[in-house]
Design a protein around this ligand. Sequence first.
Ligand code: SAH
Length: 223
Amino acid sequence: MINSRADRLTLDGYGLTSQRSRERMVEQLQEMGIQATAVLAAMRQIPRHLFVDEALASRAYENSALPIGHGQTISQPYIVARMSEVVCHQQPQKLLEIGTGCGYQTAVLASICPEVLTIERLKPLFDRARATLRQLKIDNAYLRHGDGYEGWERYAPYDAIVVTAAPEAIPEALLWQLSEGGRLVLPVGKEEQHLVAITRHGDSFSEESLNAVKFVPMLSGTR
Ligand code: SAH
């Protein structure tokens, strides 16, 4: 509860009070079963409130998705943690994210992986995410305005691919951009969606179904 001046969220990004809110958020993630130390450490550090509009900053550390404009959302912290955990135990060196959105998950991934490439189809979100990541001096995330359905062939293969919008079926191009043993995690489905993790073994792939989820749809083309 925000009941004193000292408890108020500070908006400079490094305030003690937002640090306390993040500690509480991380404790909640641990209670929900997130164990990966690198993910918890990243989420303890990254100022999630700087990725949302100022008017929503006081809600930035609740475990919920929030609007970021253009009909899109910043994913719920638990989902960001879960997806990051699924890919991070293999210590990926190069990771591709589809659906930069506000860039929060990009920041989390850039803290656990040396090289992150990320694609966003909506130009205003791409521009804003780039500015926020620059402000936070995150220099190992490479942003592209484009359609993620085709992946990013030029820099493939990737040890991990994280998709943060839901296609109705798994985009095939992404499978072939995985490195040997590489992992793709994505929500799949329309009304009913599931988080799916796919691992590459040569020319075949194994699939594991994880949590039921609710993501914005993955759409074709750019705007
Ligand atoms: N990881 C983000 C989640 C943003 S919501 C965060 O933490 O904020 C999903 C994002 O995927 C939206 O910004 C949406 O515009 C984008 N998206 C949807 N379809 C896409 C596509 N085909 N290629 C790239 N981005 C896409």
